[in-house]
Structure formats: C-alpha cells, structure tokens
Design a protein around this ligand. Sequence first.
Ligand code: APR
Ligand code: PHB
Length: 393
Amino acid sequence: MKTEVAIIGSGPSGLLLGQLLHSQGIDSIILERVSADHVLSRIRAGVIEEGFASLMKEAGIADRMQAEGEVHHAVEIAVGDDLHSIDLFDLTGGKSVTVYGQTEITQDLMKAREASGRRSFYEVANVCPQNFDGDSPFVTFEKDGEAHRIDCDYIAGCDGFHGVSRPAIPDGVLTEYERVYPFGWLGLLADTPPVNFELIYIKHERGFALCSKRSESRSRYYLQVPLGEKVEDWSDDRFWEELKRRLPSSVADNLVTGPSLEKSIAPLRSFVVEPMQYGRLFLVGDAAHIVPPTGAKGLNLAASDVATLYNILKRVYQDNRTDLIDRYSEICLRRVWNGVRFSWWMTKMLHHFDEDKFEDRVRDSELDFFLADENRRRILAEQYVGLPYEPVE
Ligand code: APR
Ligand code: PHB
C-alpha cells in the first residue's frame, strides 16, 4: 500500500490529523491496535479550549459539538466551604471553554473518517515504523495474521503513551522528563444531574475532588485517592459519601446520587519527551507528553500538536516548504511545556500531600494568593482557557 501520511493510532490525535489532512486532499492511512468500539469505551476528559474548537470547525466536524456541547464562561474553585468563581469570560476578554466529552469527539471524528473514504485498519498487530531516518519511510503491520506494508512520505506517531512510535526512535536521541505524583484520581460517571452548572475544583483536607459533567443529565466526579487504592474497594455508596464530605456545604445538598456507569482509577503523571520528531517520524499528543488531568490540558495539548503538524504538512504538500519540517518539535514544545507547568501547578496547589506539612501550608497560601484579586485570577483564567496556537512561520 501507498499513502502520503501513515498515522499510527486512532485516538483523537490520529483521527483529527487524518481529517484535517483530508480537508486539504492529503491522503493518510490510520492503523489502530484495538477495535473502534474499544477506543470509544475509554472515558476521558471533556473540556475543549477555543483553539481546539476552531480546529474542529476547520476540519468540518464541529456541528454536533456546537449543538450539544455546553459553553462555559466560568469555572469554580472551592477551598473548604468557600467557593470562588473564576470568571473566564470577563478575565480573558471574552474567551470560554466548551464542555463536550472526548468520547463524543472521537465518535464524530470516526464518522467523518468513514465518510471521507480514506483507509483505516483496526485490530492490527505488530505495527512497526521503519526507515524514517531516510527519504522513504514505511510501516509494517499484521491484520488477521497477514503481513502488510505501507510506503509513505511521513509517519505520525499518534499512538499514545504506551505506543510503538516513541520506542522506535534510536537510543540516545530522546530526553525524557517525568514527575509521578503520590496519588491517583478515582472517577465515576453517572446519569444524574450535575451538582453544579460550572465545574468545581475542590481543595479539601481529605483530598482533592472535581465535579464535572458530560451534559445536564450526566455527571462526572473525581476523588483524589492514595496510590495503590483498588476500584473494587470503592462501592458507589462509599464514593458518594466521600464526595459529599469534600463538597462545600452550600453545594453538598444539591448532590444527586445514582448507580455508576463507569468507575476507574488513573495515576497522575507529568511526562515530556524532547525532541518530538526524528527524521520523518513525528510524535503527536500522548505519545510525546502526559499531564495530570487537573486543568484538563491533555486533549488540548494533543490538539495543538495536531494543528502544528497539519499546518506544516499543508505547506509541504502545497508549496514544497520542506524547510518547515524541522520546526515541528520546537513549536510544539513551547506550548506543551506551558501546559505541563500549568497542570503541575494546579495539581500541586489543589491536592493534599501527606509528606510535608510546611509545603502544604505554602501551597494553601499560594492558592489564597491567586484567588485574592482579579489580576491574579486572570493569570489562572488565561491558562485555563488555553494559550493561542503558534503559527508555523
Ligand atoms: N499500534 C497501533 N495503535 C496503537 C498502538 C500500536 N502499537 N499503541 C497504541 N495505539 C493506539 C491506542 O490503542 C489508542 O487508541 O493509539 C491510540 C492513542 O490514543 P490516545 O491514547 O487517546 O492518545 P491521543 O490520540 O494522543 O489523545 C490525546 O490526551 O490526555 C489525553 O485524554 C487525552 O486521550 C487523550 C489524549
Ligand atoms: C472531566 O470532565 O473528565 C474533566 C474535567 C476537567 C478536568 C479533568 C477532567 O480538569
């Protein structure tokens, strides 16, 4: 087989890149290890920055998001019983975020992919990007026990943190930066009306909690739990009880509980690899970086990588601007590190750390400081809505 861009991974990064390239008449083939249903069964975050929303519009797939997504002009931070509103819209001169689940975005992208007629292969094995340090890269894989080869111009490694693209880069090229946090998030999804219209990030002495939502009838809640905690030890009742204890009392009375649709524990990690490219192979999204979910930057950073790669490849195919290729990593990493720092900062300020009482107090004071006046809240707001995308030249 032959294509222009071979895309490894059918998560939001791979699908969005494929769709944007298609809008410019650039062909791609997507290879995915698991089934489409499996990809759609993963419950992930759902706060969309304006840059990402514009990209969805540019790719022609924003109709359902615009109809069903909820535009939010504020986000709330609770410290014990005190609730502070961060007025994103006013503080940023009119910016907002859209609450729309990653699962919905992935579904919209998969539908668009099918309509585009471009090729995708699901449930493939032994995907192997090869020869990308030369001029004629190719990807080999197996489907139903049969071996295949795709010759291409470029390879996009959109295969997440556990993918094959990053490890395929020769030893000694990449530098990894990592921070593992001493706790995880226990998430619960339920068909109950959300406790509050706006999202609430809660700092509490029993640990952080987050009230989020997917719609007016579907809630998503999270609790900070110690590492090593097992989801089996968390009955729905135990979850609701613990959440109620962490909610500010003015909000707790509104909590509607119900059976969980999904419950899982995710560890928290910050990770960045530099550079995000080698020869004709590009690392995109979670393949290159992971952030803790405090601040909802993971999906949005993936989208800005996709925007950068798409804008470069567009110029390469339209105007033969192959000189831009080398700029991918450098452009992505500036925005990535900002998102990594913001997520680390939010995580630090809002979570409870057992090990150091002094640092705990310093973190309390830091949050108080940033909530205290408008100019300081603006610093938080500008980063929450997301920095602008950097042009490729
Ligand atoms: N071969 C083919 N596909 C693979 C391989 C492989 N060897 N390894 C992993 N994949 C697939 C995974 O099954 C998955 O569907 O690559 C896809 C990667 O998708 P995600 O992990 O969702 O990563 P990405 O598309 O970059 O999405 C951005 O940012 O913070 C997060 O929650 C956010 O998942 C979102 C991500
Ligand atoms: C979510 O809705 O899953 C969500 C929202 C905001 C976050 C993290 C997760 O910061």
